[in-house]
Design a protein around this ligand. Structure first.
Ligand SMILES: *Cc1c(COP(=O)(O)O)cnc(C)c1O
Length: 397
């Protein structure tokens, strides 16, 4: 009681520190980009408003607590929904988390899921270490969908596809798969990281759920992790409820970065495509190259479906070396490149290279008789420089 001052007394330093700088309504215009809003606690005017907001948040997207999203994450959700043609979108801390949650939200023990042989490889580990022990049975089907009917079971509740597939970009007929699955009461989910709502739109082709690793092209700068799940209105609730039950949330800082990257997505993709097609043509003329994998190439087995269902291609290209090429030889090629960074992931502005282990990445299709596969992500660099670099690497084979 050092100070007996009454109501006129200025608030103490500690109080002023808590309350200062809260008036963020600066006079003047408005920034181009949405503000970055970080929050755990959200304040309400009075008890009536708090009650009303809590009552509405079950069915509406309302800013009531940081774990349920902030205006920044809502802005990214809306942008992704726009691209995917979705009812709504939820964000996840990584693409793999988004895939895991999709499976968890729509499947329960006793269910059976049919997964494409071409899935992003860590999804196989998810199936083995979590889904199967949890009682959700998993069967892989051929990446082109040709054996789907034959592998169908009584308890099949979901088809989980990836189109084009990881590493060698197999196409499947998603509309036909969706018709077949829906006629049997099953859902269709697709990993749309390759097409990211610009080149390919699974929901428009009949899927119920579209998942992406926004880590890749949406963010576009190799500096942030993020996953998205977008759905139709009919299947939205299970995902929403599961996310709230688990307190699933994504960082507004990361959402802000992805949103910023997305503004140039269409322009970047067009450039990745042009550069990749130039590199593909050069690779196709090399005698060391057995096959160039890219569905935009007329020689690719998925080309007709790609033409029907995709609006373009991206910077991903893989190529097969002759069977019997020693792995030390492949290492020399990769280590001999100076413009292609050696690393996994892709979708940033820069070129990357990595060896693809197709034997490990597929269980339905036997890759045993084929040569080693190298995956490129063709970036925004000058394609003539990239081709010269590849030429130097090939010389070391
Ligand atoms: C990279 C990738 C993922 C996983 O995304 P992360 O954000 O790295 O977890 C999922 N699917 C595909 C097809 C990918 O290429």
């Amino acid at each position: 009681m050092a100070n007996e001052a009454g109501s006129k007394r200025a608030a103490g330093l500690q109080t002023r520190l808590v309350q200062a700088g809260k008036n963020t309504q600066a006079p003047g215009g408005q920034a181009v980009n949405p503000p970055l809003v970080r929050a755990s606690t959200v304040l309400f005017k009075d008890t009536a408003e708090q009650r009303e907001m809590r009552a509405r948040r079950g069915s509406e997207r309302i800013f009531t607590y940081g774990a349920r999203g902030t205006p920044t994450t809502f802005a990214l959700e809306d942008a992704v929904s726009e691209l995917e043609g979705a009812y709504r979108t939820r964000l996840f801390p990584s693409g793999l988390a988004a895939i895991g949650f999709t499976l968890l939200a729509y499947l329960k023990p006793g269910d059976h899921v049919l997964m494409s042989d071409s899935v992003y490889e860590p999804v196989r580990a998810l199936a083995e270490t979590f889904l199967q022990p949890y009682g959700i049975r998993v069967t892989f089907f051929a990446a082109d969908g040709s054996d789907l009917e034959q592998r169908w079971e009584e308890g099949t509740r979901m088809v989980y596809a990836e189109c084009p597939g990881s590493l060698v970009y197999e196409m499947c007929d998603l509309p036909a798969i969706a018709r077949f699955a829906h006629a049997r009461g099953a859902l269709v989910a697709a990993d749309n990281t390759w097409g990211c709502g610009v080149l390919y739109r699974p929901l428009a082709l009949g899927a119920d759920i579209s998942v992406t690793a926004a880590t890749k092209y949406l963010s576009g700068h190799s500096d942030v992790m993020m996953g998205t799940v977008s759905t139709t209105e009919a299947v939205w609730q299970p995902l929403q409820q599961r996310c709230e039950a688990f307190g699933m949330t994504a960082s507004p800082d990361d959402a802000w970065l992805v949103l910023r990257g997305m503004r140039s997505l269409a322009a970047r993709l067009r450039m990745h495509e042009q550069h990749a097609l130039q590199v593909a043509q050069w690779l196709g003329e090399r005698q060391e190259v057995r096959t160039v994998f890219c569905p935009a190439l007329p020689s690719d087995p998925g080309h007709a479906l790609w033409k029907r269902d995709c609006t373009g291609t991206n910077g991903l290209l893989s190529f097969e070396l002759p069977p019997g090429t020693a792995s030390a030889s492949v290492d020399r090629l990769i280590d001999g490149l100076s413009l292609f960074g050696l690393g996994a992931s892709w979708g940033g502005y820069e070129s990357l290279v990595t060896a693809a282990n197709m034997q490990r990445a597929r269980s339905v299709t036997d890759w045993g008789a084929r040569g080693p596969v190298v995956r490129l992500h063709v970036g925004l660099e000058d394609p003539a420089d990239l081709i010269a670099d590849l030429g130097r690497g090939m010389a070391l084979l």
